[in-house]
Design a binder for this molecule. Sequence first.
Ligand SMILES: *[C@@H]1O[C@H](CO)[C@@H](O)[C@H](O)[C@H]1NC(C)=O
Length: 290
Amino acid sequence: MAMAPLIVALVALLASTAVEAQTATDKAVLNFALNLEYLEANFYSCIAYGKPIGSSLWGMKGVAPTGCRKGKLSNRAFQYAIEVAQDEIAHVRLLRAVLGADAVDQPAMDLGASFIAAANAAASLALGSSVTLDPPFDPSANDLFFYHGSFIFEDVGATAYSGAAHLLETPAILTAAAQILSVESYHAGAVRLLLAQKAEEVAFKQPRLKTRQVVDAISALRDAVDGADDDDQGVTKSIKHGYTYNVVPADSNGLIYTRNTSQVLRIVYLGGASSGGFFPNGLNGAITTA
Ligand SMILES: *[C@@H]1O[C@H](CO)[C@@H](O)[C@H](O)[C@H]1NC(C)=O
């Protein structure tokens, strides 16, 4: 059963984590993670089921995301969307349970215009001039665009959990965070391979861009907005005559790069410091500003 480890983690955490066992830092970091999980959970829930996550998971003043659309996907792509949606919704439920009354409410999130803006910015960066993609980027439109949308988030999730690990102070919470990180990495690896397999497919006709070029552009955009480091990697890499798959964005030690909270915020705000992009009013909680 795919759900079993999460249920085990949930039970273990609920059993072992008295509220007083959590430090203020743990709460701040878990709430930061909860904001990202709200984003992912709603993205996949919209694609898979055509509706946001259940409002019982939003908190008292939580709000519905805008731009929620059901995917027009093949059966196989729906299976991926549904599986990942269930994981991400379970992460929201788990983090809310661990945080209890300290859990932040679901913030305003944009799943429509933000994707169009991100894709146009990525293409403009790649082509060195202002570009408006045709058709406009819509992750619900087809399998390929859904995979691109998924790719935008999953690497960020994996690098964010890695980057925040050193901040966590309670061993049981660090263990659960590592378990969530592993799940995000499976998602990231799966979608990276799906995209790599479609590397030669034409994603946009105007301007003409193949999948691997779009992925490189998204990767370059994440690199451009998150600061001076140049760590992000596409799903293919150039070799002498052509390219080869690059499923795992690892360094020479076989380690994934990490992102601190500021770098993550810059990406989800699409360059903004305190709001913008996928979070028009910013995150909720203590960690909201890059
Ligand atoms: C995050 O990393 C960036 C790039 O390495 C660095 O400039 C920034 O100071 C770091 N911010 C925090 C809060 O650690």
